[in-house]
Design a binder for this molecule. Structure first.
Ligand SMILES: Nc1ncnc2c1ncn2[C@@H]1O[C@H](COP(=O)(O)OP(=O)(O)OP(=O)(O)O)[C@@H](O)[C@H]1O
Ligand SMILES: [Mg+2]
Length: 178
C-alpha cells in the first residue's frame, strides 16, 4: 500500500445506496468493509427491535465502537470502507477522530428518487415513511468537511460511475494481492 490508512465512510439517508457503493468500493480496492449497524450494543438492538427510536446518548457508545474498529485496522496498516448514515456533523466528528485519514462520501439525492429506490428493494426492514425524518435530521457536509477532502455525490449516476469518480477524485489505489 502506497498511502497511509484511509477510511471511506459512505454516508446518507436510507436508500441512498450506501451498502451498494461500499461493497463496490471494497471489492475494487480490496479493503475491509463493515456496516455500522453491526456495531450496535445489545441495548440498542433491543430498543430498535421494540420500535423505540434511539437518542443521541444511545449513539455515542455505538459510534465509539465504530471509531475503535477503524483505529484498530489503521494500526495494522489497513484501510477500510464503512457504511454509516452519519446524518449529523457531531457523529462525523466522532468518527473522524479514528486513527488514519477519514473521508466522508455523502450519497445525495432528491426525496423522490430516494423513495423510489427504497420501494424498489425487497426484504428490507426500513419503511419508506422514515425517509422524511431522516432528511430533516441530515446535516449536509459543511464547507470545512468538504475542504478536508470529503465528497458529495449525486446518486442519479450509476454505481459504476460513482465508484469510478470516488477512486479518481481521491487518487485511491487498490491493495496489492497478498
Ligand atoms: N447509483 C445507483 N443507481 C441505481 N440504483 C442504485 C444506486 N445505488 C443503489 N441503488 C439501488 O437502490 C436501492 C438502495 O440501495 P442500498 O440498499 O445500497 O441503500 P442503503 O443506503 O444501504 O440503504 P439502508 O440505509 O436502508 O441500508 C437498492 O435496490 C440498490 O440496488
Ligand atoms: Mg444498507
Amino acid at each position: 500500500m502506497d498511502h497511509p490508512p484511509t477510511h471511506l465512510v459512505v454516508m446518507g439517508v436510507a436508500g441512498s445506496g450506501k451498502s451498494t457503493i461500499a461493497a463496490a468500493l471494497s471489492q475494487r480496492l480490496g479493503w475491509a468493509c463493515a456496516e455500522a449497524d453491526e456495531f450496535h450494543p445489545q441495548s440498542n438492538i433491543e430498543m430498535m427491535s421494540r420500535g423505540i427510536p434511539l437518542q443521541d446518548e444511545d449513539r455515542w457508545p455505538w459510534l465509539r465502537q465504530i471509531q475503535q474498529w477503524m483505529s484498530t485496522k489503521a494500526q495494522a496498516g489497513e484501510s477500510t470502507v464503512l457504511t454509516c448514515s452519519a446524518l449529523k456533523k457531531s457523529y462525523r466528528e466522532l468518527l473522524a477522530q479514528a486513527e488514519g485519514h477519514v473521508v466522508f462520501l455523502h450519497l445525495h439525492g432528491e426525496a423522490d428518487l430516494l423513495s423510489q429506490r427504497m420501494q424498489g428493494r425487497e426484504g428490507h426492514f426500513m419503511p419508506p415513511t422514515l425517509l422524511p425524518s431522516q432528511l430533516a435530521t441530515l446535516e449536509p457536509l459543511s464547507e470545512d468537511e468538504l475542504g478536508a477532502g470529503s465528497l458529495r455525490l449525486d446518486i442519479s449516476k450509476s454505481p459504476e460511475e460513482l465508484v469510478g469518480a470516488i477512486i479518481a477524485s481521491l487518487k485511491l489505489t487498490a491493495d496489492q494481492a497478498p
